[in-house]
Design a protein around this ligand. Sequence first.
Ligand code: FEO
Length: 162
Amino acid sequence: MIIDPKMEKALNGQVAAELESAYLYLSMAAWFEANDLGGCAHWMKKQAAEEQEHAMKIFDYLSARGGHVILEAIPAPRSEWKNATEIFEQTLAHEQKVTQLIYALVELSMEMKDYATRGMLSWFVQEQVEEEETAMNILAKFRKLGDIPISLAMLDKELGER
Ligand code: FEO
């Protein structure tokens, strides 16, 4: 069954949201590079690549359902932060926001009895649990150790192993 235009529009919005996430994480990677935290930069670049994969999952799904992917404008991301801890605070807050967007799509798919989209979104529901958990764990470490230069160097090395 060809996807309903209302759902098509909502999923196009999510493609943009995932690409906006990629753009934000790439900007964070750039900040880390500029601040000599190469391990954190590596972690953020990987995160940005994952977000692009998320966008492509929805892109391909829309195409498979006979939909048309319309790319929207992506606003410029923030480029300055106080420190690494603030970056991971924003990462967690951002992932929590994305979770809400996914939940709204799940609700819409149920209202519209679009079972195929509901099924596709299950992957994202689970992925968001992981995304939030990862961001929470990293943030906890930076809150505890991020202000101590030697510990910060250790955390940077750890993130570089992603
Ligand atoms: Fe695509 Fe980080 O959620």
